[in-house]
Design a protein around this ligand. Structure first.
Ligand SMILES: Nc1nc2c(c(=O)[nH]1)N[C@H]1C(S)=C(S)[C@@H](COP(=O)(O)O)O[C@H]1N2
Ligand SMILES: [Mo]
Length: 431
């Protein structure tokens, strides 16, 4: 709906005394006259480090109460409580395999070795002297959307627990290609083995081609030093690829001719397909979207609502997001806020007047390569029901006649899938 159509609708509604109303009329006697309490006393003083309003303290990450240990597993960004596209640093989702190490930046070293002409060691200051790049990128755990594997669907699902393992930040760092050029690659070099300095000695294999393309050795997040949870003082940012390859607390990169097949890429982050094949190195994140308002466990009233949500794809820029207001029978185009970079989250919006009838709303993202999101049925035609990663089927929200919003996903035929007792705490499998 465009602005003109909306205004027409609103005035028509007002004329008919119908439900289309933005706010109640205000009687002359109700217009505030005296000073509020806050106008009668001095406010708090200047302070060196800011704090959010005490009334916003319930905007927190979600951590499953069923985790066996909070050293491993994930915390989810509270998507439906955030606006715009930037995730506040304190609310960026977390995924750790062995807790958050406390790295002193004065002792920090990054070593590049293996199949290079000159093994190199960088301090944090060394890295900060080099040419820098700032880009807005999403990071998404391959386990995001994992709740969608449940069958029957989880009726307590919120937008946070559906897709909160994605966050979006402005990252600053040195292009990895600059460091590799400085080290000089030896003939036959094909892979990089980045390692983190956490208790997991977290290690992955990164193909050289991607490393030379757009990977950042990042030290800042939304203008400040990367938070400890996100890899302080230095992490890899691997745009559009699954979070698990974006090694945090990065201590060294070994250049090799083969992948290392580490525990972190064999026991986890491999994918089971419906035909029984198993794939490793499924790096690129397929398109996804989530309506954050109205979304699971929220309550709406009849009348006007701006449907809002987030969309992203690891294949490239989001070109189009469609909204269905009738359970997927018909689709309408949402408007997109321009995103700063191709592999950033975008915000979509759609003006809607809810007539009070029960319905199911959905969103579906399309990227510049023509990829889109499957239905649940289409998704499970390709991916095994007991897989755990890369779920990107369309998320539906059912709005009851009472205005209550709940998970609108269907119960699928066949064996019930149950996540939850994922003892390994894999990627927030327990959401
Ligand atoms: N060193 C190290 N790097 C790591 C991990 C880890 O446990 N240790 N987890 C990975 C996984 S699975 C994800 S999804 C992302 C999460 O990044 P975030 O915690 O900043 O959101 O970090 C990746 N990098
Ligand atoms: Mo992950």
């Amino acid at each position: 709906m465009n602005r003109r159509k909306l205004l027409q609708l609103l005035s028509k509604g007002a004329a008919a005394g119908a439900f289309v109303k933005l706010s109640g009329g205000l009687a002359q006697s109700k217009i505030p006259q005296g000073a509020t309490d806050t106008m009668k006393v001095l406010g708090t003083t200047l302070r060196e480090y800011g704090e959010r309003s005490e009334f916003e303290k319930d905007v927190i990450r979600y951590i499953s109460p069923n985790l066996r240990s909070r050293h491993t597993g994930a915390s989810f960004s509270p998507l439906e409580k955030l606006e715009g596209i930037v995730t506040p640093n304190s609310l960026h989702f977390e995924r750790h395999h062995a807790g958050v190490p406390n790295v002193n930046p004065a002792d920090y070293r990054l070593v590049i070795h293996g199949m290079v002409e000159r093994p190199l060691m960088f301090t944090l200051q060394d890295l900060k002297r080099l040419p820098s790049v700032t880009r807005t990128y999403f990071i998404e755990c391959a386990g995001n959307g994992q709740n969608g594997y449940r069958n029957p669907p989880d009726m307590t699902l919120t937008a946070t627990r559906s897709r909160g393992l994605v966050s979006n930040s402005s990252w600053t760092g040195v292009p990895l290609s600059i460091l590799l050029k400085e080290a000089g690659l030896k003939e036959g070099a094909r892979w990089l083995i980045p390692e983190g300095q956490d208790a997991a000695a977290y290690t992955r294999s990164l193909p050289l081609e991607k490393a030379l393309d757009d990977v950042l050795v990042a030290y800042a997040q939304n203008g400040e030093a990367i938070r400890p949870e996100q890899g302080y003082p230095v992490r890899l940012v691997v745009p559009g690829w699954e979070g698990s390859i974006q090694v945090k607390w990065l201590r060294r990169i070994q250049v090799t001719d083969t992948p290392v097949m580490s525990k972190d890429e064999t026991s986890e982050y491999t994918d089971v397909m419906a035909d029984g094949k198993i794939y490793a190195f499924t790096w690129v994140m397929d398109p996804e979207s989530i309506i954050t308002y109205p979304s699971g466990l929220q309550q709406i009233s009849r009348g006007f609502h701006e449907i809002r949500g987030l969309a992203w794809s690891g294949h490239g820029r989001i070109r189009r997001v469609e909204i269905s207001l009738d359970g997927g029978k018909t689709w309408k185009q949402a408007s997109l806020e321009p995103a700063p970079d191709a592999l950033s989250v975008v915000r979509f919006k759609y003006n809607w007047v809810w007539d009070g009838r029960e319905t199911v709303i959905m969103s579906r993202a399309w990227d510049e390569k023509g990829n889109t999101q499957p239905t649940q049925e289409e998704f499970f035609a390709k991916w095994a029901r007991n897989n755990r990663y890369h779920y990107n089927a369309i998320q539906a929200w059912r709005i009851g006649a009472d205005g209550k919003v709940v998970n609108g996903d269907k119960t699928l035929a066949g064996a019930p899938a149950r996540l939850g007792a994922v003892g390994r705490g894999g990627c927030g499998g327990e959401s």
